[in-house]
Structure formats: structure tokens, C-alpha cells
Ligand binder design. Structure first.
Ligand code: HEC
Length: 257
């Protein structure tokens, strides 16, 4: 038989005494040596009052349960009725797209300044590339215009002068079919207007002064690979501006009358 520890037996005995189920016979603390068998016999004798003990224990347990907090406290009501999403979020959400727009606008790089070369490139792409091809290969690259690349254009027109601008402005018919144009001593002989079987259109009506000049520069400097000094570039930029290039048109900068 397993031995019940002495202190447990004593505790049980004390409880029963406290509940009035057992009479104190003085065998408590001092009589720690009381044999376990005797104690269990006593417990058995007290069996009938077990229900009573359980009820008392339950009552004691109930007393320990904390009372419910009163439900109508101010802060409880406030917590239950407050807006989960604060009201100020609405205007903030409303302004968010506007802020995003302004943010993007402010962080965008400023528009590229117009230069003679990028103006010329834009004109070439729209007006010339269909016949001379984007890289200037012209008939070498399947186009109908003469090749301008690999320095070809510089052989026909050795300098950026009025004769060159005029060719672009008046085209094959303006020069006169059958007439030589450009350098008569160019390698391979002078080019004759209309010799290719196709005609170069006239651009004097569709391009203004500085556009004719800038596309002429683009064809020479970028496509033809013309090698010129920084001073020459500066002079040409000044010439382009004299012809009206790079001017800010419309909008801001308005003066008096
Ligand atoms: C409709 C096709 C066509 C378009 C568009 C065109 N060209 Fe031409 N271009 C030609 C033809 C064809 C020739 C050869 C002329 C001839 O045989 O009479 C030529 C010749 C030239 C030449 C002389 C090349 C040489 O070595 O003889 C230059 C320079 C030139 N074009 C520049 C331009 C520029 C700049 C533009 C755009 C502003 C342009 N062309 C647009 C068809 C075109």
C-alpha cells in the first residue's frame, strides 16, 4: 500500500476539524507519528460528510471569483463607440493623389534644352529618313535617296554654305534636272540632278530658316561624320540662333507692348 505523506494526512485532519466534522483529539502537529492506517480509517469514518466538504470548498472557490467590472463605465463606452478609422484620414486620403502628382512633377528632370543638333535630328527623322534611311545609308540601305553616310555628303558639299542649304531648300527640280550640283570635282564626278532616277523634294516651304540650317548640320556632323573644331561648333550655334533657333516661343517671358 502506498504511504500517504504525513503532512497531507495532517492537513486533511485539520480541515475536517475546522469544518466541525472531526473532533480535535490533540493528535495534531505534535502527533506527527500517528500511523497512516489509523488516519485513513478516520477518513473513511468521515466519508458521509464528504459531500459537505465539497460544497464548502465550492463556496470558498466562488468567493474568490472576481466580480465582473461594471459595464457602464465612461471609458468602456468610449472605447466601444469610438471611430476605428480616425476622421482626419479622409482628407489625407483625398489629397494623396494630388500629392503624388506634384511629387512626380517636381522630381521629373527638366525638359531637355533644344539644340541645333537635336532639332536637326528630329527634322531628319520626319522629313528625310524615309528616302535616306535613319543612318543615312540611302540607296546603300534600300532607300531611294543618295547615300549621305561615310562622308558621302561631305564629298558633294565640302562646306556648310548657301549652296548646300539651297539644295535642301529647292531639291532636284529647283536646281534643274540634268544640272550638276555640289562640288564638280568630287570623286566619281559631279552629281547631276535627276541622275538617280528619283527626285529630291524641295523643303524650303515646309522647313523654316533655322530648321533648314539645323538639319543641314545634322546631316553633316552626325550622319556625314564631319570633323570640326569647337570654335566652328560655337560659330554654327550662333548662326543657328541668328536664324531663330532655340528661341523660347509662347508662354512665359512676356514683356510690355
Ligand atoms: C522623296 C525622297 C527624298 C526625301 C524625303 C529626301 N531626299 Fe534627299 N535625295 C533624294 C534623292 C532621290 C537624291 C538624289 C537627287 C537626284 O538624283 O536628283 C537626294 C539627294 C540628297 C542630297 C545630295 C547627296 C549627294 O551626294 O548628291 C542631300 C544632301 C540630301 N538629299 C539631303 C536630304 C535631306 C536633308 C532631306 C530631308 C530634309 C532629304 N534629303 C529628303 C531623295 C529624297
Amino acid at each position: 500500500m502506498t504511504e500517504v505523506p504525513e503532512y497531507l494526512l495532517e492537513r486533511s485532519r485539520q480541515r475536517r476539524i475546522a469544518l466541525g466534522v472531526l473532533e480535535d483529539d490533540g493528535s495534531g502537529e505534535g502527533g506527527a507519528a500517528a500511523p497512516a492506517a489509523a488516519a485513513s480509517a478516520e477518513a473513511a469514518a468521515a466519508g458521509s460528510s464528504q459531500a459537505q466538504m465539497i460544497a464548502a470548498a465550492k463556496e470558498a472557490a466562488l468567493l474568490e471569483v472576481e466580480p465582473e467590472p461594471p459595464a457602464d463605465q465612461e471609458w468602456v463606452l468610449a472605447a466601444q463607440t469610438r471611430h476605428r478609422i480616425p476622421i482626419w484620414v479622409l482628407p489625407v486620403l483625398f489629397c494623396l493623389p494630388l500629392w503624388a502628382f506634384v511629387y512626380v512633377k517636381l522630381t521629373e528632370p527638366p525638359p531637355e534644352p533644344i539644340t541645333a543638333i537635336n532639332e536637326g535630328a528630329a527634322t531628319y527623322a520626319v522629313r528625310c529618313a524615309s528616302c535616306h534611311v535613319g543612318d543615312g545609308s540611302g540607296s546603300d540601305g534600300g532607300g531611294v535617296g543618295r547615300p549621305l553616310w561615310n562622308g558621302e555628303v561631305l564629298l558633294t558639299f565640302p562646306s556648310l554654305d548657301d549652296a548646300f542649304i539651297e539644295w535642301i531648300a529647292v531639291g532636284s527640280e529647283g536646281i534643274g534636272l540634268g544640272q550638276p550640283y555640289g562640288d564638280p570635282n568630287r570623286p566619281g564626278g559631279a552629281h547631276i540632278s535627276g541622275d538617280t532616277g528619283s527626285n529630291m523634294p524641295a523643303f524650303g516651304e515646309v522647313l523654316n530658316d533655322h530648321q533648314l540650317y539645323s538639319v543641314a548640320r545634322y546631316v553633316r556632323e552626325v550622319i556625314g561624320g564631319e570633323d570640326i573644331s569647337d570654335e566652328a561648333v560655337a560659330e554654327r550655334d550662333a548662326e543657328w540662333e541668328d536664324r531663330g533657333g532655340g528661341a523660347v516661343t509662347g508662354g512665359s517671358g512676356g514683356g510690355g507692348h
